[in-house]
Write a protein that binds this ligand. Structure first.
Ligand SMILES: Cc1cc2ncn([C@H]3O[C@H](COP(=O)(O)O)[C@@H](O)[C@H]3O)c2cc1C
Ligand SMILES: O=C(O)c1cccnc1
Length: 336
């Protein structure tokens, strides 16, 4: 079902030509929703979510039994500019923590009944500092996209992608600024918690990167300003689009990866909902640009897929109501 990613054009074509949701399933789910034992619309957004999910799965009465959480890790040359409150060694240390089950995302994936996979991408070879040149070559971008593309289990029925990469709120801010315009300061936040001087320096770094790499193309922006784990998230979200696996987006970094796809192809994120709005300042603005209303707003600013994983239970609940509830006729309840 998934073509081999032999080159970047294969990726572009696969994304652009991916089919949309199954309209018959949407119709069937909409009809079923109208017959369930509740006042019309009483389950609010849960109803829309269930119908949306049904369409992408091609099943008017679907179930969620196999969610997958994938965490991608990468290192960033731009950390040499002092953009994070933490040192880059933390990336590999956190990967070990994920592998031993000790991180927040391990607990959240487990609570959501999701399997979790971790992919560390060339951690001992950080991307290039984007204030000096493109973060990645075309080959490096392709390899990272492919890592994400191949990491998606075609048997899964819901996908959350998360990231670990010290410094990666800087490339995410640069991507957002390059895609959406405005000033670097509009898109730059504190990440792991840089102080005021750190924020000013980070804003300068984002401005320099965006000034050096101007493009209208989402993939070129991803290559020049992104990072391996960001590209891998984009690759996985795109693969899920082709496989019709619904996606729950996580925070600022995940949304920046997704936004590159939306720039490449307008319907690229139709299979995705925003799991949450993170506390990273510009995340809300990115979601507005993407036309995505977050499901949760809990002040998280972690990444790792944490907000996406939390929202799995909301989507599961929506689908459980939709597919498990009795209709008025079945329950013998008067419908007016
Ligand atoms: C211990 C630790 C665990 C994390 N888990 C996710 N992040 C998050 O923080 C990083 C981005 O923030 P900045 O751009 O400021 O470096 C990413 O690794 C992101 O996943 C973490 C950061 C730390 C320190
Ligand atoms: O929004 C996020 O995903 C985020 C914010 C701060 C640090 N790491 C991740």
């Amino acid at each position: 079902m998934l073509p081999d990613l032999t080159d970047l054009n294969t990726f572009r074509d696969a994304l652009t030509n991916a089919r949309g949701p199954d309209e018959l399933a949407v119709q069937g789910a909409t009809e079923r929703n109208g017959q369930l034992t509740k006042p019309p619309g009483a389950l609010g957004r849960l109803e829309d979510l269930a119908i949306w999910y049904a369409g992408w799965r091609g099943d008017a009465r679907p179930q969620i039994t196999a969610p997958q959480v994938i965490v991608f890790a990468g290192n960033h040359g731009v950390t040499a500019q002092g953009v994070s409150a933490f040192p880059p060694e933390v990336t590999v240390q956190m990967v070990m923590n994920f592998e031993h089950g000790g991180a927040a995302i391990n607990q959240l994936a487990k609570s959501a009944g999701a399997k979790m996979n971790v992919h560390a991408l060339d951690l001992d070879r950080p991307t290039s500092d984007f204030t000096q040149g493109p973060a990645m070559s075309e080959d490096e971008l392709l390899i990272a996209l492919r890592a994400g593309w191949q990491a998606v289990d075609p048997q899964s029925d819901l996908l959350v992608v998360g990231e670990m990469g010290i410094g990666n709120t800087t490339p995410a801010a640069a991507i957002a600024c390059a895609l959406f315009g405005g000033e670097a300061a509009d898109w730059t936040g504190r990440g792991t918690g840089v102080d005021d001087a750190g924020l000013a320096n980070k804003t300068r770094v984002v401005a320099e990167g965006v000034a050096l790499h101007t493009s209208d193309d989402g993939l070129e922006i991803l290559r020049c300003l992104g990072g391996r784990e960001i590209a891998a998230m984009a690759g996985a979200i795109a693969a899920a689009r082709v496989l019709r696996i619904p996606v729950i987006l996580d925070g600022f970094i995940c949304s920046a990866a997704a936004a590159c796809l939306a720039r490449m192809s307008p319907g690229a994120l139709d299979h995705a909902v925003a799991g949450h709005q993170s506390a990273e300042g510009a995340h809300g603005a990115v979601l507005t640009k993407l036309g995505k209303e977050p499901l949760l707003n809990l002040g998280l600013r972690l990444g790792e897929g944490s907000g996406g994983a939390l929202a799995i239970n909301i989507l599961k609940s929506a689908v459980a109501c939709h597919s498990g509830m009795a209709t008025f006729a079945e329950a013998g309840v008067s419908d007016s």
